[in-house]
Design a protein around this ligand. Structure first.
Ligand SMILES: [Ca+2]
Ligand SMILES: [Ca+2]
Length: 233
């Protein structure tokens, strides 16, 4: 990982996409650091590829969206998506599709350069310039999660088109569906409520299998980019 540990900025001027990178220091939201070992309580997501319309054996096994940070502090520079898989899982060909509240696709970005494997702690952070422990950086021009409603699809481009590997919807469910597949915007009937505090994220509950029900599998927690998720608040 790139252990970029920058301080938290003062309240950002942007609330979602494509705003200027914030400057300034402050109290970090990420007090935790990677401990170098995958949380023993984490359960591998053997069901993640069930989401796929056309299962593909080449899809990275057991990789899930582990945490999202979309609150307004720091604008896009502070936002991130943390993935989790067993150490050494190939990330080649995986992409994130960031969906806006109206179902349009804001950005489709590569998770990592070709040939990249997940590091020893199994955590991989895609994020903006101000994110601690970011592994794959994107500038605001190609990055950003809407602050109050949206969805993140983890996909892999297969021969027959993109395959949905995992999906998290937050805020009210995104409607209508995106114009191109995969069209799902939430797992289960209800998206995950967005955090009310700028120090908080939406994270996958430690020790819980991925049941493909977002409202059951994820909860609000203290943000922890590149570190094991904390307890639900
Ligand atoms: Ca899932
Ligand atoms: Ca985390």
């Amino acid at each position: 990982m790139m252990a970029v540990a920058l301080g938290l900025p003062a309240l950002g001027c942007g609330d979602d996409d494509d705003g200027p990178v914030d400057s300034g220091g402050g109290d970090p939201i990420d007090s935790g650091r990677r401990d170098g070992a995958l949380d023993a309580t984490v359960v591998t997501d053997a069901a993640a590829t069930v989401d796929a319309a056309a299962p593909d054996a080449s899809v990275a096994p057991g990789i899930v969206i582990n945490e999202l940070y979309m609150t307004t502090l720091g604008g896009d520079g502070r936002r991130y998506v943390e993935l989790r898989a067993a150490a050494g899982t190939p990330l080649t060909g995986l992409q994130l599709r960031l969906l806006r509240s109206n179902g349009t696709v804001a950005h489709t970005i590569d998770v990592a350069p070709g040939g990249t494997l997940t590091p020893g702690d199994g955590l991989w952070v895609v994020g903006g310039a101000l994110v601690s422990n970011v592994d794959q950086f994107y500038s605001n021009a190609s990055w950003g999660l809407d602050s109050s409603q949206g969805a993140v699809q983890l996909i892999r481009n297969g021969v027959a088109g993109p395959i949905l590997v995992d999906l998290v919807g937050y805020g009210p469910a995104v409607t209508p569906a995106p114009p191109t597949p995969p069209t799902a915007t939430v797992e289960g009937a209800t998206a995950v409520p967005v955090p009310s505090a700028d120090t908080d994220s939406i994270g996958r509950r430690a020790g819980a299998a991925d049941s493909n029900v977002n409202s059951a599998d994820l909860c609000r927690m203290t943000a922890s980019p590149g570190a094991v998720n904390t307890a639900c608040l």
